[in-house]
Design a protein around this ligand. Structure first.
Ligand code: LLP
Length: 421
């Protein structure tokens, strides 16, 4: 179900008109639908129902405390990549026994903190890191549970900046030395080798790279068992893609061209579970985007219009510091007016107030004519949106609100000028 929809040509989130929300809370503003987050999480978690599993939400997609609390209450686990994320996960109520810690550059103090919190597992990204975790665990007179992140050299066919499973990417331990790395890990007295981790990239739209990876991992589990290393869990990472084009449809909205074909969340899982299940291992996945992306929108106000002989610009009050994805990856986010009307669309660049030419939300986009004072919604902005926001140009941190049915509440206050000091 899509909790963002039009009713009488007005954009609604669940049961509230978005226009009412922007008038009350101002812009730029991130707005999330509580029930969309819950539906997304439950659909993914249910798809694993017949195997021993944990769905570890990847905090990097959005680590707002209220959203985290929602997921912790659903019994989700957490995938963290820094002591900051670990702290936020613990504060939100995630059980340490369901927290995994990944990342190529864990600092010693972060390893120590995670060991003291007794997390489920470190997803180790290099052979040197194995030695360091072993040393720190020895110092603390404890044992670290570890999974080795394997880089399978499989092409996820996604944007090069978010592809992680190729030899040329910095992530994981090369598959060709995996058995040796596991043997080394098993020889270290303060490590308990528990699992295999892999994550081949993000916004993946094809099932095949997942199937190939699952097959590779199962082969490795069997090989390891053959040399006496018993793997108990497989952490398959995240990466399930979502639809950015035509996220909302309406007879007055233009159908966006070249839309990606996106498999259902459940299909990604149903394609890998039968393969991974053969090992008898506990399964872990780390979805981020597929849980929160379509549950969030960025709201912005039109400040000015201007045009020259080649371009029409719609200048809005949200910029690349609020939503970096278009500038960084040339990512497409559908942009819709809060009130749709029938009429010829115009081709515009939707640009922010930041002093950079790269500060745009959309370029050469067909959009309904909008005037100063009207509002636009940038869709599918719940993942990798607010978490990448910055204070560039000393712009104030924006507010976030959460809708539940016909209620809305602030889940992050808008910053004030004094907060910049
Ligand atoms: N696990 C690991 C180890 C990861 O590195 C990531 C994402 C995830 C899980 C979650 O992946 P997801 O299910 O969200 O695809 N900023 C980029 C995305 C970067 C993804 C980084 N790693 C974007 O805006 O598209």
């Amino acid at each position: 179900m899509n909790y963002f929809h039009y009713k009488d040509n007005q954009l609604y989130c669940e049961e509230i008109s978005v226009q009412e929300i922007v008038e009350e809370f101002g812009t730029p503003l991130y707005l999330y639908s509580k029930n969309q987050v819950l539906d997304n999480f439950r659909a993914i978690d249910r798809a694993f129902a017949d195997v021993d599993h944990v769905t570890c939400y990847a905090l990097k997609a959005n680590s707002n405390q209220s959203l985290l609390k929602l997921l912790a209450t659903e019994n989700a686990g957490a995938d963290v990549v820094s002591s900051g994320e670990l702290y936020l996960a613990l504060k939100a109520g995630f059980q340490p026994s369901k927290i995994t810690f990944a990342g190529v550059g864990k600092r010693d103090d972060e390893i120590e903190y995670a060991l003291k919190q007794k997390i489920f597992s470190f997803n180790v990204e290099s052979i040197q890191e194995l030695d360091i975790i072993n040393d720190i665990a020895a110092k603390l007179k404890t044992t670290a549970r570890v999974a080795l992140r394997i880089n399978p050299d499989i092409d996820a066919s996604t944007h090069p900046y978010i592809s992680t499973g190729l030899k040329t990417n910095k992530f994981g331990i090369d598959i060709s030395v995996a058995v040796e790395a596991f043997k080394h890990a098993a020889s270290l007295p303060h490590l308990q080798v528990e699992g295999i981790h892999t994550h081949i990239g993000s916004q993946i739209l094809k099932i095949d790279p997942f199937v190939q990876t699952a097959t590779t991992i199962v082969k490795l589990v069997n090989e390891l068992r053959g040399v006496g290393i018993n793997i108990r869990h497989i952490d398959f990472g995240g990466g399930f893609g979502v639809a950015y084009k035509n996220a909302i449809q309406h007879p007055f909205l233009l159908v966006e061209e070249n839309a990606e074909s996106v498999p259902l969340r459940e299909m990604f899982i149903s394609s890998i579970v039968p393969i991974l299940k053969q090992t008898g291992c506990k399964l872990i996945i780390e979805p981020g985007r597929s849980i929160v992306a379509d549950a969030g929108i960025l709201l912005t106000k039109v400040l000015y219009r201007k045009e020259n002989s080649v371009k029409k610009f719609v200048i809005v009050d949200a910029g690349m510091n609020d939503l970096l994805r278009p500038s960084l990856y040339n990512a497409h986010h559908q942009i819709v007016p809060l009130t749709v009307t029938q009429g010829e669309p115009e081709v515009v660049d939707v640009v922010g107030p930041v002093c950079e030419t790269g500060d745009f939300l959309a370029r050469e986009r067909k959009l309904q004519h909008v005037e100063r004072g009207e509002f636009l919604a940038v869709l599918t902005a719940g993942a990798y949106g607010i978490v990448n926001a910055s204070h560039y140009n000393a712009r104030l941190g924006l507010a976030e609100v959460l809708v539940n049915g016909d209620k809305v509440r602030v889940i992050r206050e808008r910053e004030r000028l004094e907060d910049l000091m």
